[in-house]
Ligand binder design. Structure first.
Ligand SMILES: [Zn+2]
Length: 129
């Protein structure tokens, strides 16, 4: 079993390869047309685009890890009875990472997600900072 963090890295790696492949292929084809040496230019452009694309994809793609999938939200909502686990309020609810995402907490497991009202969510983030 690969930890979620690393599988995202792997996903970003392959996504960046795929994206840069397509984008560089199209842009080389667009500028030079289908000429001899196209494949060579494509490979060079691909490699250069990938160097840029990989870190970009990591930054862009890893951040959605903060987002909690709706299946997890449903599980948590039912488990916590649709109210703040601290005070039972049902106004202004937020899904909260028990172990913060920035500290390696996962969004993909209901175990690490709880429902908090805005007030408790804010007081919790203040404590972590
Ligand atoms: Zn509360």
């Amino acid at each position: 079993m690969i930890p979620t963090k690393y599988s995202q890295l792997t996903f970003g790696f392959f996504l960046s390869i795929f994206m840069s492949c397509v984008v560089s292929g199209v842009s080389v084809l667009n500028t030079t047309g289908w000429v001899d040496g196209f494949l060579n230019m494509w490979m060079t452009a691909w490699f250069k685009s990938w160097i840029v694309a990989f870190p970009t994809v990591l930054v862009v793609d890893l951040s959605p890890g903060r987002l909690i999938p709706s299946s997890v939200k449903q599980t948590v909502f039912i488990r916590d009875g649709g109210k703040c686990v601290e005070c039972g309020s049902s106004d202004n609810l937020h899904f909260d990472h028990i172990l913060p995402y920035s500290k390696g907490g996962t969004s993909y497991s209901a175990e690490n997600v709880q429902i908090l009202c805005a007030r408790h969510n804010l007081s919790k983030s203040a404590k972590i900072l």
